[in-house]
Design a protein around this ligand. Structure first.
Ligand code: PCA
Length: 219
C-alpha cells in the first residue's frame, strides 16, 4: 500500500529512466526497491523522472505538490564512480556533453534564468555518507553533480524548495550511484546500493540539524 501523507511524513525518492545508450538505470531500480517502505517513521514514495532537461523539473514540481514530502532525495546514475555519492551542491548551469532523451543538448544555459549561482543540499550529507559506510557500502560526499540532467534536477529541486514548494521545513538533496556490475566497472550490486540508500534515508530522517555546521570530517 502507498504511504499516506496524512499518516506520516513522506520521503520522495526519485530515479531516472535509462539514458545515453544504457538499457537500465540503477537509480530507478533502487527507488523502486524502496517504494512503500517505512524509514524512521517516514513512508517512501518512489517516482521516475525522465532524463530530459525541463520535463524532469515539471514532473518533479508536480510530485512535490502531490506528495508534500518532508524529505526528497533524487538519485541518478554516474557511470565511473565507485561509491554512493552525496552531492553537496547544484549549480545554475546546463552544459550537456550528450543529448538528453528528447535530443536536447543545451550548452551553457541557466537552469533558472536569474537564479542564484548555486544551492547547497539541505540534507545532512555527511551523516548520510557515514551511514552508507556503516552499512558496509562505499559512500562519499561529492563536490560536483556535473552539468547534465542530474545537476539540473538537483538545482531545480533546491530552487523549488527555497521557493516554498512542499511542507514547511522540507529538505532535499541528490545522490549519484555507480553502475550495476553488468553495466561496467566499477559497479555495485543492486542489493548493496539499496541497503546504502536505505541507510542514507534513515540518517536524513534522524539528523535534521547537522548541516551546514558541525558535521565534522568524513573518514
Ligand atoms: N544520470 C545523469 C542524468 C540521468 C542519470 O541517471 C546525470 O548524471 O546527469
Amino acid at each position: 500500500m502507498l504511504p499516506d501523507p496524512l499518516h506520516g511524513p513522506v520521503i520522495l525518492l526519485t530515479g531516472f529512466d535509462p539514458f545515453g545508450g544504457d538499457t537500465e538505470n540503477p537509480s530507478w531500480l533502487i527507488a523502486q526497491a524502496l517504494h512503500g517502505q517505512n524509514v524512521a517513521g517516514h513512508g517512501v514514495v518512489a517516482a521516475q523522472l525522465p532524463t530530459v532537461f525541463g520535463a524532469s523539473l515539471v514532473h518533479l514540481q508536480a510530485l512535490l505538490a502531490r506528495h508534500q514530502p518532508a524529505i526528497t532525495l533524487c538519485l541518478g546514475q554516474a557511470g565511473g564512480r565507485g561509491a554512493l555519492s552525496l552531492e553537496r551542491v547544484g549549480i545554475n548551469i546546463n552544459d550537456a556533453r550528450i543529448a538528453d532523451n528528447q535530443g536536447h543538448q543545451p550548452i551553457d544555459t541557466p537552469v533558472v534564468p536569474d537564479g542564484p549561482a548555486a544551492y547547497f543540499a539541505t540534507l545532512p550529507i555527511k551523516a548520510m555518507a557515514r551511514a552508507v559506510q556503516q552499512a558496509g557500502v562505499p559512500g562519499e560526499v561529492s563536490q560536483t553533480a556535473g552539468t547534465f540532467v542530474c545537476n539540473h534536477v538537483m538545482y531545480g529541486l533546491l530552487h523549488l524548495l527555497a521557493g516554498g514548494a512542499g511542507p514547511a521545513g522540507a529538505r532535499g538533496g541528490f545522490m549519484h550511484v555507480p553502475w550495476l556490475p553488468r553495466q561496467g566497472t566499477p559497479g555495485l550490486p543492486l542489493r548493496d546500493m539499496v541497503r546504502g540508500v536505505h541507510a542514507a534515508l534513515w540518517a536524513a530522517a534522524l539528523n535534521p540539524h547537522d548541516w551546514p555546521l558541525g558535521a565534522g570530517a568524513l573518514h
